[in-house]
Write a protein that binds this ligand. Structure first.
Ligand code: S6P
Ligand code: ZN
Length: 181
């Protein structure tokens, strides 16, 4: 089984590649300014993910590969971001590789200490054990990045949905700043 990966654009294609689209209506409660999100065009696409998972999620035996296309823009003063998650198997790491665009990888440990790493074309970011991760686009173009993780990892979205991150990347007078909450 194989698929095709375009190393210039990040585009994944072929049988076995699954595309997921996340729109404004899918990210209720994710942003600091929920009223601003609710006032937006609910069909506007915030990000797309092309994923190749050679074995079913949660089972042993494969490495998942996904390209995320995260759109530029803001909801209120907060930059558009991915939902973010922990891994169910806490001893499974991840790797993010930036293809194009600019933004920040937001990382939070179980004690809710949050920090950010700048993502620029070619930057490579290990996501350590037990670290929640999401990405914010602070540029004017789509931020495209590739993720790699073991198939048995599993994704925990519920914890972030309930508690969020302890910091948000916001535009303060034109400068992206991680503002602790
Ligand atoms: C998977 C990896 C990425 C994200 C993608 C969308 O472990 O971290 O492929 O799934 O960037 O983010 P999210 O938080 O909505 O899954
Ligand atoms: Zn992940």
């Amino acid at each position: 089984m194989s698929v095709n990966f375009d190393a210039v654009t990040g585009h994944l294609s072929g049988d076995g590649v699954v595309e997921t689209v996340r729109k404004v209506k899918d990210l209720a409660g994710v942003f600091r300014d929920e009223a601003a999100r609710a006032a937006m065009d609910q069909e506007h696409v915030l990000y797309r993910v092309e994923a190749f998972e050679p074995v079913p999620e949660g089972t042993l035996g494969g490495v998942g590969l996904a390209t995320t296309y995260l759109m530029p823009g803001q909801v209120g003063d907060e930059y558009i971001l991915t939902r973010g998650h922990y891994h169910i198997n806490e001893d499974r790491p991840e790797l993010e590789v930036t293809i194009s665009g600019e933004g920040y990888l937001v990382l939070m440990d179980r004690d809710r200490n949050t920090h950010i790493e700048a993502m620029t074309p070619g930057s490579v970011h290990p996501v350590g054990l037990g670290i929640a991760h999401r990405v914010a686009n602070t540029g004017t173009e789509p931020l495209v990045f590739v993720s790699y993780w073991a198939s048995e990892t599993g994704h925990d979205y519920a914890t972030i949905r309930e508690h969020g991150f302890s910091g948000r990347v916001r535009n303060l007078e034109g400068v992206p700043v991680l503002v602790k909450e």
